[in-house]
Design a protein around this ligand. Structure first.
Ligand SMILES: Cc1cc2nc3c(=O)[nH]c(=O)nc-3n(C[C@H](O)[C@H](O)[C@H](O)COP(=O)(O)OP(=O)(O)OC[C@H]3O[C@@H](n4cnc5c(N)ncnc54)[C@H](O)[C@@H]3O)c2cc1C
Length: 470
């Protein structure tokens, strides 16, 4: 077999792909936004066509060269960090919107299309997509599919995968596969499923471990005519849990674009910044913030029903929090990340999990316990409502120079405690690898699939706790 130098040189000679390995250029390819240890890329290849992706993967597979596929690198789980070396496959050169099909209500994109660009292209058609990560200016549709995005849009549509009408993927052997209805060349993209099991789903949230996504078909939705934000205050986590469960049971989510729950430290900080004279003692311990979108009369109807539910659960309208904070986060179809302000003063280690709504209090207990275990830095909770269940984040703000190791220890401990409390990994990458590998027969099945689809273990080795290169 050719040595590593010759392997990389063979990629450098490809048509339709840029290659670079200057150490200075490689610096930015070492990590994503996570606190996970940076990797050591040996080269970066930036293909400009699907054919170039096929050729790169074929050569990497022949040479058993690790390949870490990278979109916007905005994920917080170390997925793109090349911990086993090899190449980073930068999908930024595949950034064309291939088709806006208004008859079918589908947009077909190359994987490197960023959400900001996609929303701008759809706006003149009065259309948008269902799920948009709050990192929209940077995040790519290929990354969102592979990282299983959710958040904004989740009350209506649950997760990014639920909005995918099919994918095109390059397998480790270089074969191109279209999934869902597009498996039939006569049909094209219109639904995620085709014969038998959900093959599209195999690649959603797979972090690039089973194939490289080269096209994503997404459902279109009409741009909503009206928007409104409303906040409710609650005495404790139990009452907000009851309220969210009731909203979900009654499916009062069809006109909610985003909803998040905020705990006392966040509320107190925001209120004291906006209204320095307000006493903090009588502030609620929890807030549920809801961003409605839809027809004005639907919003009004749902808002009055949800206000009733909130009241029954011990809550009340909390206009100060809406004015001081929540309403300001809204920006067209992009939702600014609630904690983004903190990134300016500190780095943040993020661990996201999926939380059944009835476990919200258990989730908050874990955060409370970890605060006691790791008092060195402020630990925050971020809770996002989905159509079913919740999305719960533990955020550890830390000083990179002095607290990096410590923050990662806290994240690992938090991951173990969250699984024990009934939550499951979300945005797995490498930060959840230990837990992903411990789910008995489920983990074995994942390993078998990996072995079958990527026998040389070249695709994102280490992600999801799966194979290291052979
Ligand atoms: C402040 C902040 C806020 C965030 N808010 C949200 C949010 O609201 N919702 C949300 O879902 N996420 C959020 N994220 C996480 C992240 O931004 C999203 O998951 C985003 O969709 C990732 O897209 P990306 O292009 O940056 O992917 P990357 O980080 O580049 O990649 C993510 C994973 O997918 C793999 N991958 C990328 N492209 C491909 C491809 N073409 N084929 C195969 N595998 C591929 C990578 O190897 C990696 O494992 C947030 C992150 C930060 C830092």
């Amino acid at each position: 077999m050719a040595d590593r130098h010759e392997q990389l040189a063979s990629l450098a000679g490809l048509d339709d792909a840029a290659f670079f390995d200057d150490p200075v250029d490689l610096i930015t390819y070492r990590r994503d936004t996570s606190s996970y240890a940076p990797g050591k890329p040996e080269g970066v290849v930036r293909p400009r066509s699907p054919e170039a992706v096929v050729e790169i993967i074929k050569r990497a597979n022949r040479d058993k060269l690790p390949v870490y596929t990278r979109g916007g690198a905005s994920m917080y789980a170390g997925g793109v960090n090349p911990e086993h070396g090899g190449i980073v496959l930068d999908m930024g050169g595949l950034n064309r919107i291939l088709d806006i099909d208004l008859d079918r209500g589908i947009v077909l994109c190359e994987p490197g299309v960023r959400f900001g660009a996609l929303l701008s292209a759809l706006k003149p058609h009065g259309q948008t997509v269902g799920l948009v990560p709050s990192t929209a200016p940077t995040a790519t549709v290929g990354g969102a599919a592979s990282a299983h995005a959710l958040g904004t849009g989740s009350p209506q549509f649950q997760s990014f995968g639920d909005e995918v009408a099919g994918l095109e993927v390059v397998l480790a052997n270089g074969e191109r596969v279209q999934t869902g209805s597009a498996a039939s060349s006569h049909a094209g993209y219109f639904q995620r499923y085709c014969i038998g099991p959900d093959v599209t789903g195999l690649f959603l949230g797979a972090d690039g471990t089973l194939g490289v996504v080269i096209a994503v078909a997404l459902w279109l939705h009409p741009l909503p005519p009206d928007r409104e934000t409303v906040c409710y205050g609650f005495p404790d986590a139990g009452s907000v849990q009851e309220c969210i469960m009731e909203i979900q049971r009654r499916e009062l989510v069809n006109n909610i674009w985003y909803a998040g729950a905020y705990e006392a430290p966040t509320i107190q900080t925001r209120i004291s910044q906006a209204f320095p004279d307000k006493p903090l003692d009588d502030l609620p311990s929890f807030a549920l913030a809801v961003d409605y979108r839809g027809e004005a009369h639907h919003i009004e109807e749902d808002e009055s029903r949800i206000a009733e539910i909130a009241e029954r659960c011990g809550g009340a309208h909390f206009p100060d929090f809406n004015e001081a904070y929540f309403n300001k986060l809204r920006n067209e179809e992009i939702y600014w990340y609630s904690f983004a302000g903190f990134f300016a003063i500190s780095r943040c280690a993020i661990l996201m999990s999926s939380v059944p709504t009835d476990k919200l209090t258990a989730f908050m207990d874990v955060i409370g316990q970890q605060r006691k275990n790791f008092p060195q830095y402020p630990l925050g909770a971020a809770i996002v409502m989905c159509r079913r269940g919740l999305h719960g984040g533990a955020l550890a703000f830390y000083d990179e120079a002095s607290q990096w190791q410590d923050a990662n220890e806290a994240i690992s401990e938090c991951a173990r405690a969250l699984v024990a409390a009934g939550c499951v990994p979300y945005k797995s990458g490498k930060v959840w690898a230990e837990q992903v590998a411990s789910f008995g027969p489920y983990s074995s099945l994942l390993k078998q699939l990996k072995k079958e689809l990527d026998p040389n273990g070249i695709l994102s080795p280490g992600d999801l706790g799966l194979a290291t290169p052979n």
